[in-house]
Write a protein that binds this ligand. Sequence first.
Ligand SMILES: [Zn+2]
Length: 408
Amino acid sequence: MSGFHGATPIAAALNTVRETLARLRSVAELADRYADIVALDSLEDLIHAPVMRKDDMNVALECLKPKASQGATWTFQSGGTTGAPKLGYAPTGLYMAEVYDYWKPLGPDDVFVNGWGAGKLWGAHYLMGAYADLAGCTGIGLGSITRDEYDYWLEFFADRRITSIGGTPSVLRPIFGRARELGVKLPDLRSVLWLGEAWNPGLDEDLPAVAPDARRWGLYGSTETWVVGTNTPRCAADTWHPLPSQLVHIGPDRMLDFTSLKPNGLNPVLRYQTGDAGEWVTCPCGGSDRALRVLGRLDGEVKFRGVLFLNVDLLVREVTGRPGVSQVQLVITEDTIAGSTLEVLVVPTRDAATDLTERVRAHLLATFGGPNTAFHRNPEALVVRRVEELIHNERTGKVATLIQRHRT
Ligand SMILES: [Zn+2]
């Protein structure tokens, strides 16, 4: 079985990859890396090409300054949630025609609310705008809204009988949580479109109460690769069907790399590693082809006070499942003198108990505070705090599960 998995006809794919290779070789700082790959007779030969990371892409884009052959060349920014921001490019349409061929959550009768933040170089709002154009639906450009605006907008959604809403899961969660508290019903809502983060299982609790017929429809990708894969309500939330223009490879360390097979793609995406790990699986939807299960970043385990390896995702999931908890975030502050502290920030639900923080803390100590852990020896190192909202990226609304800070 081929190590590189894609569905574009081989001759066209090879042409595109050869062109990308030539562009990368023309970048003085990268020329040496690609000097040895002279012949590319099959896509399997890509195994000899080095993987690219964000810094390599940035060097290449600075030198190549891509321009679309038709229409506008749009500049977007990626990163900024957990790393340094970088610029990337896309032509008018943002390559969404291919997505529309394979993914159909919207049709002409839909009333779609675009809840991704607009502007500030983030692509998601425009990406879904381009998709809405193709679907021919009625669009409502919501952008990002603040908590004190939720009630007004929820009333508006009910009045307009919206059938679809899209946004980053951590932005959608408190909106649906508020709708549930208010008793707002959105009986016409059929689809919840999401991209930018993993699906938030908390939405599975709120949606049945607010919009029982709503189902999730996801897109997976990055600003460099654009959309890599799609999923439908019948797929697992972490499992994606790659588009034909995406050649996907999984390294021995399970790290994913992507090669663009789009003719005239602007970003030179050749064995580009986004930092996500993954594996090939059979999707529960019954699609005959292999599907890509994305495991996220494998750097989910961190050292705390020298002994404890915290599994961040596990801990966040554990707390999110507690009664009265709406959202959770971990903040580790490293202090060389006083020792590190772990703060668990908790956004409560409206009906949360007044002693929520004490309850969460006791649960965490009972679950993770065994005799050999840092919490057992230094109980003051664990702090649970009730907050109105989590620390988030102002631009995209994305919430990192873990924030690490140093105090010297
Ligand atoms: Zn599937």
